[in-house]
Design a protein around this ligand. Structure first.
Ligand code: ADP
Length: 159
């Protein structure tokens, strides 16, 4: 059984993340999507909200499960029995950070493989922070995020 963990902040999940999840779900028997509890960056949504939106968005795939974690990513992978970490790569700008991260993971847990999936071109511009910025200024983000996220962003906007 091949099990993978796709970790991230998912604040909120975008169609770029969804594309990576869909493709990774075809590569592995089980794919865990791990929502990191305390990212360095400021978050708009609480951990519960991020998990709830993701859980709703991935329910179409029976082999995808959402978990939250607050410990080391490599430890979370170990606890879940994942042999592979999945990350997404957009552009050269992502590469440097992902390369550094993968090198650290290798040091911490040499038996864990990091697999980077290249973004689908149509999502290469998409980031959660850009979506939040556009939504905050009243722009329509329906094309960039799952429906559950678009609805939640509208709520936050009018709050
Ligand atoms: P993190 O805070 O760990 O970077 P994110 O939630 O921002 O978490 O992203 C999780 C992963 O998904 C990262 O590997 C990121 O590069 C990738 N990712 C984000 N947006 C896209 C996209 N549009 N296409 C492909 N991969 C993406």
């Amino acid at each position: 059984m091949r099990t993978a963990l796709y970790p991230g902040s998912f604040d909120p999940v975008t169609n770029g993340h969804m594309d990576i999840i869909a493709r990774a779900s075809r590569l592995f028997d089980t794919l865990f999507v791990g929502v990191y509890a305390n990212p360095k960056k400021d978050v708009l949504f609480s951990l519960e909200d991020r998990v709830r939106m993701l859980t709703s968005a991935v329910k179409q795939w029976p082999n995808v499960q959402v978990r939250s974690f607050a410990n080391l990513t490599v430890e979370c992978a170990h606890e879940l029995g994942a042999q592979v970490l999945v990350r997404g790569l957009r552009a050269v700008t992502d590469f440097e950070y992902e390369f550094q991260l993968a090198a650290m993971y290798q040091q911490l847990r040499p038996d864990l493989e990091v697999v980077c999936l290249m973004t689908s071109v149509k999502y290469s511009f998409l980031s959660a922070s850009l979506v939040k910025e556009v939504a905050k200024l009243g722009g329509n983000v329906d094309a960039f995020v799952p429906e559950v996220v678009a609805a939640r962003l509208r709520e936050v906007q009018t709050a």
